[in-house]
Design a protein around this ligand. Structure first.
Ligand code: AN0
Ligand code: CP
Length: 317
């Protein structure tokens, strides 16, 4: 594997899940692969899990790791070509990217949707330039439209907890005060559709996702109806995708918070969320602290998904 930006890059999903379980059982078995290889992680946005789990995964593989927060200490970067750079931006992305490529063997990039231009976001303008101009393998640590390391970890977690061959999985929108990207929801739908489990997506009207990610999933506007008989509840907020509200919060309806009464409608479902989560907005204290909440094992699997991806990239160097 050279680059990793979506489910299509991982190849056979069942084989990747088997590999994840093997890596998890013996995570230091591939130390030789990363010897004298350097990973640079570039963050345009904040992170707790991605930063720590990806660095840990790289260390498990024997790699050296450098982390750069673009907004804390690096020069401010211009990203548009043709701009007369007489403002506060000191350096252009078109120099920064190949320079970063000089100092490493693999690059991880986190660059969220900016909500300035829907086409730029959905064309993945920033990570695509890293792929085009760095000369290095590039993997997504959440780009504008997808968060594949998260979705891969989610799938590993579902494999570990599922009690049926084809579980019913519900992706539910939940309220949040700020505009968040659609990336986690898009990507989750893409990976669940790829593995072929039953997927129901529930959200208020106006929060429809890009049909390319929804695929054949059932969209249900009645959250309670969607929860009936579910095996996994995956909560996430996202801002509006459809025009003219792209990137906007059009409603923060607290009746969509995941609570114990709604969880009681499920088939004793597990509760999942990628974290960070706002308690008592997205989910009540009671549900996230319940025995059915698997948010911590889910986060733990971020180390495993990152390690499988890095291993595959190192094997291709
Ligand atoms: C981000 C998002 O919704 O995309 C990152 C989640 C992993 N969340 C926030 O910014 C709160
Ligand atoms: N789930 C996730 O990607 O968390 P961070 O934003 O903290 O990295």
């Amino acid at each position: 594997m050279r680059h990793f930006t979506s489910v299509k890059d991982i190849g056979d999903l069942h084989a990747a899940l088997q590999e994840a379980l093997a890596v998890k059982a013996d995570r230091f078995a591939y130390q030789h692969l990363g010897r004298n290889k350097t990973l640079i992680m570039i963050f345009f946005n904040s992170s707790l899990r991605t930063r720590l789990s990806t660095q840990k995964a790289a260390m498990n593989l024997g790699m050296n790791v450098i982390v750069l927060d673009i907004n804390q200490g690096a020069w401010k970067l211009e990203t548009e070509r043709g701009v007369v750079m007489d403002g506060d931006k000191t350096e252009h992305l078109l120099e920064a990217i190949p320079v970063i490529g000089c100092y490493c063997d693999v690059i991880g990039v986190r660059s969220f949707a900016r909500f300035e231009n829907k086409a730029d976001d959905y064309e993945e303008k920033i990570i695509s330039q890293f792929i085009q101009y760095s000369g290095r393998p590039v993997f997504s640590m959440e780009a504008a439209t997808r968060h594949p390391l998260q979705s891969f970890a989610d799938l590993i977690t579902i494999e570990e907890y599922k009690k049926k061959a084809r579980p019913k999985i519900v992706l539910t929108w939940a309220p949040h005060p700020k505009a968040l990207p659609q990336a986690v929801a898009n990507s989750f739908a893409e990976w669940i559709n790829a593995i072929g489990y039953e997927l129901v997506i529930t959200h208020p009207e106006g929060y429809e996702l890009d049909p390319r990610f929804v695929g054949n999933a059932r969209v249900e506007y009645d959250q309670r109806k969607a929860f009936e008989g579910a095996d996994f509840i995956y909560a996430k907020n996202w801002s509006a995708y459809t025009d003219p509200n792209y990137g906007k919060v059009i409603n923060t309806d607290r009746s969509w918070t995941v609570d114990a009464e709604k969880m009681a409608l499920t088939d004793n479902a597990y509760f999942m969320h990628c974290l960070p989560v706002r308690r008592n907005m997205i989910v009540t204290d009671e549900v996230i602290e319940s025995p059915q909440s698997i948010v911590i094992p889910e986060a733990a699997n971020r180390e495993i998904s990152a390690q499988v991806v890095l291993k595959k990239i190192l094997e291709s160097l």
